[in-house]
Design a protein around this ligand. Structure first.
Ligand code: SAH
Ligand code: SF4
Ligand code: F3S
Length: 449
């Protein structure tokens, strides 16, 4: 049986799809790259904004064609939109066979087996205690773009309930794996050739805090303990993580990042807004000032650190003054990458019923202003790197020039470079930067002395 998996949404969903592929491959299924060749079509969906749901619904509608041509095809929806819409999806998408929620992922092999024996339409969306089952399963095939980099999900779910966000509802309560469990998985990945590990969690720095939403005391950070342990793994070159919540960066965690040389010098630090009034309405438990203090503390400990961020424009009640506060903090931090989202009301969240919803045209305008600012900042920061030497983890052939290889710096810039003879993906090399080309860098590898 051939299975096609289409993934929407964040890295956690990408990771879940990989675990699904791994579980199915172990049962003898073949994972294929094209929907036309598959007997089973799986859609791992996202609900974070209305647009994300629309995309998946549109694609699902299109699948009726495949079902007409090949009625025996099994079509399933999984992930956050499955959890959000539940069995309602079965009535709105007549050619859909099953809906499997985020707490039921591990049941996928059984569900597929049952459906092959006996055709029926089903929806399983209970949140369960088993959300960690199967989390350590990986799948690498020969076509994997970058077999040297892997995700490990260390926490699942979220307890923070930011007032705009659907994630706590669709992903359930926050739960952490144990350090030992994560370390076992990390060692296995490194033994199989992985050089870079990205630790994942909706609230990743809350790892090991048992779902307590109060930021930890000074001196307490199980996430820092994990970084120290991972830093000791022989053969592992780089550690990244996403997404942390700013309040969890206490001195212990910042020190761990500075002391662990494998931890990359780039942090995705969602800001959401630079206005204290809006941050409060969002139920984000920091102020613009305390956010900026953490940025400064990290810069002091790690001078070349770069930051990326998420911002929401047009949150209910956002005035010109609030937006100006966001714009000004955005400029002050000097992000090198960022995602600017137009606020999208999600049913069931507090913000969806707040007064003073902002017109689409205003969201659009504010979005454009921040995007232009980001471009300006990125250009300024990247042009400072000409002439420097950067360490690059090689990922593969450069898309634009097949005589070049491509990879990333620890600070997360993409570098296309002319390699020395014998350099291959997975190598860590020194590259002299010649010039920026748009948002990437161009360089040449320095010969080993
Ligand atoms: N757990 C991550 C965020 C996951 S959602 C964190 O807290 O960092 C990714 C981003 O989507 C959020 O950071 C936020 O900027 C954006 N987002 C979430 N809900 C949204 C909504 N209702 N409308 C617009 N953007 C939203
Ligand atoms: Fe959503 Fe906030 Fe949790 Fe992030 S921390 S997933 S924005 S509720
Ligand atoms: Fe989307 Fe779910 Fe991730 S809502 S952003 S796929 S956790």
């Amino acid at each position: 049986m051939k299975v096609f998996i289409k993934t929407y949404g964040c890295q956690m969903n990408m990771r879940d799809s990989e675990a699904m592929a791994g579980m199915l491959a172990a049962k003898g299924y073949e994972i294929v790259e094209h929907e036309n060749k598959a007997d089973i079509l799986l859609f791992n969906t996202c609900s974070v904004r209305e647009q994300a749901e629309k995309k998946a619904i549109g694609k699902l509608g299109f699948m009726s064609k495949i079902k007409k041509k090949r009625p025996e095809t099994i079509i399933g929806v999984m992930g956050c939109m499955a959890q959000n819409k539940k069995e309602e999806l079965l009535s709105s998408v007549p050619h859909l066979d099953f809906v499997l929620g985020t707490g039921q992922l591990h049941k996928l092999p059984d569900v597929l087996e049952d459906l092959q024996k006996k055709r029926q339409r089903l929806s399983l969306t209970e949140q369960s205690e088993d959300v960690l089952t199967g989390m350590g399963v990986h799948y690498t095939d020969k076509n994997t773009v970058n077999p040297y980099s892997a995700f490990i999900a260390v926490t699942r779910g979220c307890n923070r309930f930011c007032s705009y966000c659907i994630v706590p509802y669709v992903r359930g309560r926050e739960i952490s794996r144990t350090i030992d469990d994560v370390m076992l998985e990390a060692r296995q990945l490194v033994d199989s050739g992985v050089k870079e590990i990205m630790l994942l969690g909706q609230n990743v720095a809350a790892f090991g805090l048992n779902g307590d939403t109060r930021p930890p005391q000074e001196g307490v950070s199980p996430f820092a303990d994990l970084l120290y342990e991972m830093n000791e793994i022989k053969g592992l070159e780089r550690i990244r993580f996403t997404s942390p919540y700013v309040s969890y960066f206490n001195n212990k965690l910042i020190r761990a990042m500075a002391e662990c040389h494998k931890v990359c010098h780039n942090v995705h630090l969602p800001l959401q807004s630079g206005s204290d009034r809006i941050l409060k309405a969002m139920n984000r438990q920091y102020t613009a000032e305390s956010y900026y203090e953490k940025v400064l503390a990290m810069r002091e400990a790690i001078p070349d650190i770069t930051f990326s961020t998420d911002v929401i424009v047009g949150f209910p009640g956002e005035t010109e003054e609030d937006f100006e506060a966001t714009r000004s903090l955005f400029a002050k931090v000097g992000y090198t990458n960022g995602f600017i989202f137009k606020y999208s009301p999600r049913q069931g969240t507090k913000a969806a019923v707040m007064p003073d919803q902002i017109p689409q045209s205003v969201k659009e305008e504010r979005n454009q202003i921040l995007l232009a600012l980001l471009e300006e900042q990125t250009n300024r920061e990247i042009s400072k790197l000409s002439g420097t030497v950067q360490e690059v983890l090689v990922e593969g052939a450069a898309r634009t020039n097949k005589n070049q290889l491509t990879g990333r710096t620890s600070t997360s810039w993409v570098v296309n470079f002319t390699p020395q003879q014998g350099t291959k993906p997975g190598d860590l090399v020194q590259v002299r930067i010649i010039r920026p080309a748009n948002v990437t860098l161009v360089g040449e590898e320095i010969a080993n002395a």
